[in-house]
Design a protein around this ligand. Structure first.
Ligand SMILES: O=C(O)CCC(=O)C(=O)O
Length: 283
């Protein structure tokens, strides 16, 4: 329960969008067909490591706009964005909001309310869940296709049994947790593992699905030491999935790359300089 003199959730609100200087034309998206050309490229999939798939340009601009507007609306309400801290008092270099269940960085536990103000996390919007399912389906189909072509090659070389482990590296998952992070241009997140979900979820390798929106990020993965970790740039509209034997992979955000967000996205949303990230998991 909220104790006397404790701040109410409204005092934690952070607006991920800024007030526009000029009144924006409501139909920019339909008028700027030329600018939309760059978003017409279909998604491209890439396997970064075993069980780590990057879907480039997976979320189209219209859906990116919808996600940002929805996160802004939820972020300004009860259970919305706040700057969390660790047990040692240090603050995280980002604004966070939890959907579905609350994750508390101090205790590393999930719960139905957040201890800081007793607010209940908003539910995960159903459109977000649909997009997660689509991303998982796409990454599974991509891995299957890759593994089939490797199998063809191996069967020609009579080594087919060695390819069995390539199948099903990303299991299906129904998200009931979403952690939404907003990084301003100086935001970052140290290398860590996502390991606070249930034992069953982790042992089955149920994937973490991550959406990137706004400015690009220099994302690190694969090792707990910054110098040894691999690097990849995550751009607006990209989806990263890590599951199977990479479910506990170390990952973090080293840097937000200034002024890299698509201009049309900013025109449509007034998103602040920075990056919005949504990570979905199943408890
Ligand atoms: O912002 C990102 O891409 C990663 C977020 C993350 O690692 C987390 O929320 O645990």
């Amino acid at each position: 329960m909220l104790k006397k003199d404790e701040p109410s959730s409204s005092q934690f609100c952070f607006d991920i969008c800024q007030i526009p200087n000029v009144k924006l034309n409501a139909s920019l998206l339909s008028e700027n067909t030329g600018q939309l050309e760059c978003f017409k490229n279909g998604p491209r999939a890439q396997e970064l490591a075993s069980g780590v798939v990057l879907l480039k340009n997976f979320i189209n601009l219209r859906d990116q706009v919808k996600i940002i507007k929805k996160c802004r609306e939820l972020g300004l309400g009860s259970g919305g964005f706040y700057q969390p801290g660790f047990k040692n008092g240090a603050k995280l270099n980002l604004q966070m909001m939890c959907l579905g269940k609350n994750w508390d960085p101090e205790t590393k536990l999930y719960g139905h309310r957040r201890p800081i103000d007793d607010a209940e996390p908003p539910s995960i919007p159903v459109e977000f869940k649909h997009l997660v399912q689509k991303a998982i389906k796409t990454s599974r189909a991509f891995l299957k296709k890759t593994s089939n072509s490797i199998e063809d090659m191996l069967s020609k070389m009579a080594l087919q049994e060695t390819s069995n482990s390539m199948k099903d590296m990303i299991p299906k998952m129904s998200p009931d947790i979403c952690i939404v992070n907003f990084y301003t241009t100086s935001g970052k997140l140290g290398l860590h593992q996502d390991k606070d979900e249930s034992e069953k979820s982790i042992s089955k390798g149920l994937p973490v699905v991550s959406f990137s929106l706004g400015d690009s990020a220099l994302f690190l993965y694969g090792d707990k030491k910054v110098g040894n970790a691999k690097k990849v740039i995550l751009e607006s509209g990209d989806v990263l999935i890590f599951g199977g034997k990479s479910r506990l992979i170390y990952h973090g955000v080293a840097e937000i790359l200034h002024e890299t967000a698509p201009k049309l996205l900013l025109d449509e949303t007034n998103l602040r300089p920075g990056r919005l990230n949504l990570t979905f998991r199943q408890y």
